[in-house]
Write a protein that binds this ligand. Sequence first.
Ligand SMILES: [Ca+2]
Length: 408
Amino acid sequence: MTRTPLRLATTTVAALLLPLPLMAQDLRPPVQTAPPNATDQTPAFEGQTRANQPATPTAVTTSVVAEGLPQLWAMEFLPDGRMLVTAKEGTMHILTDGTPGPAIAGVPEVDASGQGGLLDVALANDFATSGTIFFSFAEPRADGNGTALARATLVEDGDAPRLEDVEVIFSQRPTYDGNKHFGSRIVQDADDIIWLTVGERSDDEPRVQAQDPASHFGKVIRLNADGTPPDDNPFIGMEGAAPEVWSLGHRNAQSAALGPDGHVWVIEHGPKGGDELNRPEAGRNYGWPEVTYGIEYSGDAVGDGITQSAQTQQPLYYWDPVIAPSGMDFYRGDMFPELDGAILVGGLVVQSVVVLTMDGERVATEEHIPLNARVRDVRVGPEGAIYAITEDRGAGTSEIVRITPSEG
Ligand SMILES: [Ca+2]
């Protein structure tokens, strides 16, 4: 790490007090400089929030590769480099060089009110041979709605692309009549297990069910590829618990990705000042709404204002103020070698791709790549560029932005 004489002069005293290597002095101050929303809370360990920025900013060039799209929620790269995208209003499209094809036939009806709609999409591990995809959506029901996960085959045989053998393999219960907090990111791990995040439906009455293992609200759900619960799920065979539940006490996770460690990592929308990163473990309780950082959007304390408990897991990292996380990927590729293994997160309110470099389970640095628009999803492309879906909710449109290293 090169250090300039000027910087050396300003850090000489601190440098003398610390052992080599002097990496910490090379880091820049945290991105966030505003006071926290929860003014009386302290992190459980050093580095749990407001990590320093890396010594050298990641220099990037951005270009819009698709525009005038309907408001998108998710994207996946197909093996041939085209993109499969979901539009919140209920359509799915294949993008070729940034141009969307016709709506793919066979998508079920969705409830697109509020935060609902057609949500995430994921390719099965064997997509190249099977054409199998998984997608999630707000499922309209006679007495309300709920997050549902479907499996289907994407067929392209000369005609317009279509879904065949569409089957809903998981439906969140109970049904609730609301339009918020559907969660809904899908990950398939190397053992073909499907992971799905499900929100706690936000309102006071349903949200407490995040603590109830019998309810799907506020959970990380773990399923076989046919939707059945795996035999080694933590609540299998337990009375008063749903067998699909992996972990509980989550608020609304709209970010999940498979880490280089083979484990699923999740980032959730917290209360005001309480977005958090977790690596959910079997049967563990992640606190919401009993134990959490942050405050209610009304300004009141959340419950008793407790941030730590022996019964609940601490987030690996949290944000106060929030970033409003949606979409997540782990960087791998040649374009940004210094970001190998870093977490990329879409930030809706910070209008940036948030980059976390990691030291094991600890966040080493946090950096923001500003895009000046709400970021809904993030993906690493096959060539190592970073792609982001941005959204304009007022116009109901999205763009896709490609992020590459800037020259020089
Ligand atoms: Ca938590």
